[in-house]
Each structure stands twice: as structure tokens, then as C-alpha cells.
Design a protein around this ligand. Structure first.
Ligand code: CP
Length: 327
């Protein structure tokens, strides 16, 4: 098992071995969450700062919980409650956080490349928690973890990513992860939101959802990212739903064992019908559960790289806390 990276900035830069190391390590940490005492001492004495300068529910909460389960100290900073509102730059904010001996900065930011910008300037490990429309590496890792857990493999599966691809960091990170692991990826959506340039990433593109429904082993739905769109990319929400929404009628034409995925937040009745989002083939909430295990794995692996643990020292030592051990 190989993971030598101090930072996690993109899936694009990861090797298949590194992705596999993350998946296998997350499986160990998922077992930790089933124990009566759900904490391990792997990051004791370390400080993790969640620097979230865009809104988040799932990613921020699961990184906080992951760091606490690994016995780290955790600080949460959000944009409205920070001195960024007074004009402080990202670099100065991060340098001040590092001056307080932060070992990890988990960054969510609207600017593509902002995690790399910090990684080039700070000693702390930087984890990308979503940078604009660029990448969301831990989301892709938890998504492929969920597919592998449910279907037993990634290689050879037909995975449809449906919706607003153009503005989606989740789509980009998923395309990198899935194609590296041998999946056949098809992007589906309006031509304005699924430009042909994506074919250069090794995927198929289709603008006809109704012709693709029977082929998919996995359908990963994406919401329309209104916050990043500066013009109209389709005539109306109602028209989008009628052509690209996963309605109950369309769902009934999918394979019996299809996995329905969504990174959240869901826009019910727009890209997905209630009956599908809450149905037996939906793994949307299992993705959230797996996000905790994956974020524990990423913190654990990047910490090992930071402290220079020799390669091959994994699988992880996830020793339980002793009953009377201080956290
Ligand atoms: N999937 C995801 O990134 O959700 P949040 O924006 O709630 O973190």
C-alpha cells in the first residue's frame, strides 16, 4: 500500500495505488465506527483546522468528526465569522492559523487552485474540501468507496454522471477516480452543461437520458449549481426536470441492481424524485456515512506522510482507545 502525500489537492494527481490505499484504509476506519468506543489515538496532539469559506454541511461536519475520532484538536472557521470579512487575504489567514501550530488545514474555497496555493506556501498539510468547480477529492474517494462496497468492484462498471457537469467539482474528481479504476463513465445532461471538451478525460457524452437509462450500473446525480452560473443554461427548472430529471417513471427503466447516488445537497423534485431519493436503490445517506471513514483515512494517511512514516507501514494501526485513556 503506497501513500506518500502530505497534501490531498486533487484526484487527478493520485495513482491507482494511492486511491486503492485510501479505499482500503477507509474500510479499516469504517470498522472503528462500529465499535463501542469509536475513537483511536492516531492524531493525538495534532491540530486540525476546518477553514470553510463556502457553505457546507456534509464535508465540514464529517471532517470535524473524523478529526475528533482520531483524537486531534479541531477548530472550525467559517467565512462570516472570520477576519476575511475585514479584508484579510487567504494567505494571511492561513499563515496566522499555522502560527498557532495547525498541522492540517481543510480548505473549502470558491477559487479553483486555492488549496495548491496554500500547499506551496505553508508547512501544514492541506486537504482540498472543494475548490470552486475544480475538484472535491474526498467526495470522489467516498463515492468510489461506496460503489466498491456495494457492487464489489469499479473496473468495467457503467457509471452515469447526470446533471450539471460543467460547474461540478464532484464530477471532475469522480471522472478522474472512476476512469483510473477502469469504470466506463458516461456524462449526461444538457449540451450547455456537458461540453464536448470532457471527452478528453476519457468519458462518453450523451444528451439523451432516455437512451442511457438501461445501461447504467450506477447513476450519480448532480444538482444544478445556480451559485456558479452567471447566465441561463436551460430554459426553466421545469423543462430541465422533464428532460433530465430522474423521475419514478425513468427509474423504473433502470437495471434492477442500479445504485442511485448523489453527493448532496439534493434538490428534490428537480434532478431527482422523492421516491427515487428515498428508495431502496438509493445509497445517498450511506455515502455520508462512508464520508466519515474516508476522511479519517485521508487524515491518517496524510499524517503518516507528514511525520515520515516509512512506506509500507500500513495497513493502519487503528488500535482502540483504552477505557481510561484521555482524548
Ligand atoms: N457533498 C458535499 O460537498 O456536501 P456539502 O456541501 O454539504 O459539504
Amino acid at each position: 500500500m503506497q501513500w506518500l502525500r502530505k497534501h490531498l489537492l486533487t484526484i487527478r494527481e493520485l495513482s491507482v495505488d494511492e486511491i486503492t490505499a485510501a479505499l482500503d484504509t477507509a474500510a479499516s476506519f469504517k470498522e472503528v465506527s462500529s465499535r463501542q468506543i469509536k475513537k483511536v489515538p492516531a492524531l493525538r496532539g495534532k491540530t486540525v483546522v476546518n477553514l470553510f469559506l463556502e457553505p457546507s454541511t456534509r464535508t465540514r461536519v464529517s471532517f470535524e468528526l473524523a478529526a475528533k475520532r482520531l483524537s486531534a484538536d479541531v477548530i472550525n472557521i467559517s467565512a462570516p465569522a472570520s477576519s476575511i470579512t475585514k479584508g484579510e487575504t487567504l494567505k494571511d489567514t492561513a499563515k496566522n492559523i499555522e502560527a498557532l501550530n495547525a498541522d492540517f488545514i481543510i480548505l473549502r474555497h470558491s477559487a479553483p487552485g486555492s488549496p495548491k496555493f496554500l500547499a506551496d506556501r505553508l508547512n501544514a498539510s492541506i486537504i482540498n474540501a472543494g475548490d470552486g468547480s475544480h475538484e472535491h477529492p474526498t467526495q470522489a474517494l467516498l463515492d468510489v468507496f461506496t460503489i466498491r462496497e456495494k457492487l464489489g468492484r469499479i473496473d468495467g462498471l457503467n457509471v452515469m454522471i447526470l446533471g450539471d457537469i460543467l460547474f461540478s467539482r464532484v464530477a471532475r474528481s469522480n471522472i478522474w477516480a472512476l476512469t483510473k479504476l477502469g469504470a466506463n463513465v458516461t456524462l449526461v445532461g444538457p449540451s450547455t452543461l456537458v461540453p464536448r471538451e470532457f471527452e478528453e478525460m476519457g468519458v462518453r457524452i450523451s444528451y439523451k437520458l432516455d437512451e442511457e437509462l438501461e445501461k447504467a450500473d450506477v447513476i450519480n446525480l448532480l444538482r444544478i449549481q445556480h451559485e456558479r452560473q452567471r447566465k441561463a443554461f436551460f430554459p426553466s427548472i421545469g423543462e430541465y426536470t422533464s428532460v433530465f430529471g430522474l423521475t419514478l417513471k425513468r427509474f423504473q427503466r433502470t437495471k434492477p441492481g442500479v445504485l442511485i447516488m448523489h453527493p448532496g445537497p439534493i434538490n428534490r423534485g428537480v434532478e431527482i424524485a422523492n421516491e427515487v431519493a428515498d428508495g431502496a436503490r438509493s445509497v445517498v445517506l450511506e455515502q455520508v456515512t462512508n464520508g466519515l471513514a474516508m476522511r479519517m483515512a485521508v487524515l491518517y494517511l496524510t499524517n503518516n506522510a507528514q511525520v515520515g512514516t516509512r512506506p509500507g507501514a500500513t495497513p493502519p494501526e487503528v488500535l482502540p482507545m483504552k477505557e481510561d485513556e484521555p482524548s
